[in-house]
Each structure stands twice: as C-alpha cells, then as structure tokens.
Design a protein around this ligand. Structure first.
Ligand SMILES: [Zn+2]
Length: 135
C-alpha cells in the first residue's frame, strides 16, 4: 500500500495544482527490476481510491524492461532479473540502463465539460518508452 499511497498523494497534488477536482487516469512506469507487482498495485488502487478525487480512475501501468550496456563489447541488450551477463561476450562488466524506474508519467483530468477522455487502451497494449533511460 505504501507505493500506491505515494502515487496517489503525488497525483492529488498535481491535479490540484492543475485546478482539477477529479482524476480520470494515472499512468505510471515500473521497471522490471523493481519487483513491484502490478496486481498488488491495482488491488491497493481499488482499495484506496473510493471517496477520493481518483474514485473510478484507471491506473495504467507500463512495464519497462531491464536493459544493460556491456562495457567490454559495447552491446546494449535486454535481459531479465536473473541473466544480467552480456549475451554477446559473457562479460560481468556491464552498466544497468533501465529497469529500476518507478515514476508517474502523466495524470489525466476531465475535459472542460467534465467528462473523462477515453482511457488508455489496456495497459498490456501500451508501448514502452524504452528509448527513455531516465531513472
Ligand atoms: Zn559484451
């Protein structure tokens, strides 16, 4: 619940700063190496939002794959939590690039007439911002 509370608190602040009274959708990115489980976030989101400005809102989660840069052969590659060695030369000398992110990407608020825009397509269909290594 702690992570979800943090996401909600930051989203409420941002929405209030924007003069909004309601939140339609919160879009976040989670790196595959954070071990944050989406179902746990969704569960907490459902439990914590009733009665708040995010009641009925959608939590869209983009999963950012883990990537690293090999300092021996220069290869940038995608890997999972357990196989971090360079697949090209087997080096241990690698620099993590992405996969440890946990950030709020955007917050959708109602249109001027008070209706919410169409929610993002199913989170699983969301394209990943893999060209953005910001951590
Ligand atoms: Zn290599």
């Amino acid at each position: 619940m702690g992570i979800t509370n943090g996401i909600l608190a930051a989203s409420f602040d941002a929405a209030r700063d924007a003069g909004a009274e309601k939140i339609c959708e919160i879009r976040i990115s989670i790196g595959e190496l954070t071990e944050i489980q989406e179902f746990a976030l969704q569960f907490a989101f459902e439990a914590l939002t009733p009665g708040t400005m995010a009641e009925g809102a959608t939590l869209a989660v983009a999963h950012i794959p883990a990537t690293s840069h090999c300092n021996e052969c220069g290869l940038d590659y995608t890997h999972d939590r357990f196989e971090m060695l360079c697949p090209e030369c087997g080096a241990f000398n690698v620099t993590p690039l992405t996969g440890r992110e946990m950030r709020i990407d955007s917050i959708e608020t109602p249109d001027e007439d008070g209706t919410c825009p169409e929610p993002t397509a199913k989170p699983a269909d969301w394209l990943l911002p893999t060209d953005n290594p910001e951590v």
